[in-house]
Design a protein around this ligand. Structure first.
Ligand code: SF4
Ligand code: SF4
Length: 334
């Protein structure tokens, strides 16, 4: 898992077949977890299941076993428990492969590595393909490979631990008391008092769903860099623990349907730029850095501005922890 300091390779193509032809599969074992995000019900821009299907079929053609894996989410939605999660995954077109939700029916099963609570089912697998839909993310700046395995493979308790420091509040002057935020808050943390929304800090878990649904932009994200930085660094700590548990990993990132927010939102989002293509690397730091570079190149720097979060934190911190390289060679496959 730990890299000696050298330049890594990141392969780019608009054609997934070219990527699949180039991957060195020798580091994969016999039982491969393909880490995906199935998309919350209502989201329309999640990872295209046809992409996951091609990856799965390639692994199976090599005589290996494989399953699509994820953990349950923190908030109440269509992927809160394993039964609903699998149902949503199938409705979203992922029924072609075994689906394995790794943290038990209610997200209660985890193993602890360096204080990180990782979905216990990961122990069954000897290797992993981290298949990531790259996009923006209001809390962490962007969602790439680190977020896919860091936040994604945390159990519910682990996700709560990572999100712990957010303190949202309502800007009274902007709030019209419509109650939409209250209807979408799955933690009963919002009340309408004297015609204005109020957030109960004791109940709020910082999922920021209220931010996404408020048309008045009345919910204030105190994205004090400190709070965001803490969450991002915790994600890297979790990703490190996952890399320890399953050291044989291949990273494929899909730079298509790049939206401002995560696929956890049950809302339709418009992509913020034209599709770019696919990246493959054995270096998680390099693939996230290359994803950011290509998204900014394609959008003429606008990806960096889709939120105010510093998008270098994850890569810099992971580099400090020697999880990979920031220097990489970008090799285009034609
Ligand atoms: S959705 Fe926005 S405007 Fe409506 S009650 Fe909530 S904070 Fe106020
Ligand atoms: S962030 Fe908003 S929606 Fe989420 S728990 Fe807190 S008040 Fe509820």
């Amino acid at each position: 898992m730990r890299f000696n300091r050298k330049m890594s390779k990141v392969y780019f193509s608009e054609d997934l077949d070219k990527i699949l032809e180039t991957i060195d599969y020798s580091k994969l074992g016999k039982n491969v977890a393909i880490k995906v995000h199935f998309g919350e019900k209502g989201c329309t821009t999640y990872l295209d299941p046809e992409i996951a299907k091609k990856v799965y079929e390639k692994i199976i053609s090599l005589g290996k076993k494989a399953a699509l894996v994820d953990c349950n989410v923190l908030y109440k939605g269509s992927r809160t428990n394993t039964t609903d999660h699998i149902k949503t995954a199938k409705e979203h077109g992922f029924g072609f492969a075994p689906i394995d939700i790794l943290d038990g029916e209610l997200g209660e099963e985890f193993i602890e590595v360096n204080g990180c609570k990782i979905g216990a089912g990961i122990k069954k697998y000897d290797s992993m393909i981290v298949l990531t839909h790259f996009k923006g993310h209001g809390e962490t700046g962007y969602g790439g490979a680190f977020k896919n395995i860091g936040m994604g493979l945390g159990s519910r308790a682990g996700k709560l631990q990572m999100h712990g420091d957010l303190k949202l509040s309502v800007i009274k002057e902007k709030c019209i008391g419509c109650g939409v935020c209250k209807a979408h808050c799955n933690y009963g943390a919002i009340e309408i008092i004297n015609g204005k929304a109020e957030i109960n800090q004791e109940k709020c878990v910082g999922c920021s769903m209220c931010v996404a649904v408020c048309e008045q932009r009345a919910v204030n994200l105190p994205w004090a860099e400190v709070a965001s930085e803490k969450v991002q660094k915790r994600i890297i700590d979790y990703a490190e623990s996952v890399l320890r548990l399953v050291p044989n990993q291949i990273f494929i990132s899909v730079l298509k349907n790049i939206t401002p927010e995560c696929d956890c939102w049950d809302i339709v989002q418009k992509p913020v730029m034209a599709d770019i293509g696919f990246l493959y690397s054995e270096d998680i730091v390099s693939i996230d850095k290359a994803s950011l570079y290509l998204a900014n190149k394609k959008s003429e720097g606008n990806f960096d501005k889709i939120n105010s979060v510093n998008k270098n934190i994850q890569v810099d911190y992971a580099y400090e922890k020697k999880l990979g390289e920031k220097e990489y060679e970008l090799i285009e496959l034609k």
